[in-house]
Write a protein that binds this ligand. Structure first.
Ligand SMILES: Nc1nc2c(ncn2[C@@H]2O[C@H](COP(=O)(O)OP(=O)(O)O)[C@@H](O)[C@H]2O)c(=O)[nH]1
Ligand SMILES: [Mg+2]
Length: 351
């Protein structure tokens, strides 16, 4: 079973009396569908609210850039290029987007500036569709009866512990047995912070004293998780980027030790990036992908920043799927990343 199946919400089955008529069952089915649609709508609203600052920043600048101009000409494209770069989309991805729009303008002369928003939306959606593997793709299969092991990496302050806490809560809510390994042993406060999250989530945390060997904590956690029939193991790590060789050594050691307990562990290595750092997040992604094999990304703190364009650039630049985005400090504010919903929340519905 892959992580995606593990995570999936359980399907709600109609609750009807044994003597229910076909009509009763149909009614119940309809009620479930209405509930699901309401929930989806609430999720969309929350995502839009979380991306509000990025959206406002971007469209505010876009409006100013095209003010007083009617058609999309070379000057407008220059301004758009600058706007995308300053919105933290990144240079490479911006160039790709601009090239696409140029081709479109060449094909379809006299596009007016009002249409620019829709064109941008289409081109960015298309780009994300092409460059970004689907959410269902990641996480390797887990052997029956073995827990799925997810190791979380990233610099200090990126949001690793918070993300683990939120994720643990979602998983336990979905009925999974979750073990958390406190392998960030660098600061005592980090272990205590994780313990608070584990407690809130109803997960079991395995810890040792501050300063102990992270690999040893990871080992203990896996042993204990296997012995107790856990479904998922989440391993927190320290984010010391002292130097790449040091980081590489530490992460490799943790991985090797885990593989002694479960041969194909870790099944997933998730890099957590602070979206509000913009270009810095690109740099961190580069460093970590060079230090260890990273299989998924989570981009946090998108709620507090206008730098959300970073999601577009990072998913284009690194061929690693974005699995989650963080849009607040609350336990429910970690959302599975859906590129279609993301583009929709940013740019509105397709025309
Ligand atoms: N606004 C906001 N804050 C976040 C988000 N994710 C994490 N944080 C905050 O970022 C800070 C650092 O998070 P932490 O999980 O301790 O980072 P770590 O050092 O990587 O483990 C904390 O104050 C978190 O509450 C998010 O999605 N939105
Ligand atoms: Mg931490």
């Amino acid at each position: 079973m892959g992580f995606f199946d593990l995570f999936k919400k359980k399907k709600v089955e109609p609750q009807v009396a044994p003597d229910a008529t076909a009509e009763d069952i149909a009614k119940e089915q309809e009620r479930i569908e209405v509930e699901a649609e309401k929930e989806a709508e609430a999720e969309r609203k929350e995502l839009e609210a979380g991306l509000e600052k990025t959206k406002e920043g971007f469209f505010g600048k876009l409006r100013r850039a095209v003010a007083g101009r009617t058609t999309v000409d070379a000057d407008v494209l220059d301004d758009l290029e600058e706007l995308l770069i300053t919105s933290d989309v990144g240079v490479d991805t911006t160039v790709k987007i601009i090239e696409r729009i140029e081709q479109r303008v060449a094909r379809d002369k006299y596009i007016n500036t009002e249409e620019l928003q829709y064109i941008l939306r289409d081109e960015i959606a298309q780009l994300m569709e092409e460059s970004h593997r689907s959410t269902e793709d990641f996480g390797i299969e887990v052997k029956e009866g073995m827990p799925y092991v997810l190791m979380v990496v990233g610099v200090n302050g990126a949001g690793k512990t918070t993300t683990i806490g939120k994720l643990a809560a979602q998983l336990t809510k979905a009925g999974r047995k979750v073990y958390i390994g406190a392998a960030d042993t660098f600061r005592a406060a980090a272990i205590d912070q994780l313990a608070v999250w584990a407690d809130r989530a109803g997960a079991t945390m395995v810890r040792q004293d501050m300063g102990s060997d992270p690999a040893s904590v990871a080992y203990d956690t896996l042993r204990s998780a296997v012995a107790n029939g856990a479904d998922v193991v989440l391993i927190d790590t320290a984010g010391r980027l002292h130097n790449k060789v040091g980081l590489m050594k530490e992460l490799t050691k943790i991985r090797n030790v885990m593989a002694k307990v479960i041969p194909d562990a870790p099944h997933e290595v998730m890099l957590v990036l602070d979206g509000s750092t913009g270009q810095n997040a690109f740099e961190q992604a580069k460093q970590f992908t060079e230090a260890t094999q990273v299989t998924s990304l989570t981009i946090t703190k998108l709620d507090g920043t206008a730098k959300g364009g970073v999601v577009i650039g990072i998913s284009d630049r690194f061929n690693i799927p974005v699995r989650y985005i963080g849009i607040g400090e609350g336990i429910d504010q970690l959302k599975m990343f859906d590129r279609k919903e993301f583009v929709r929340a940013m740019f509105g519905d397709a025309k």
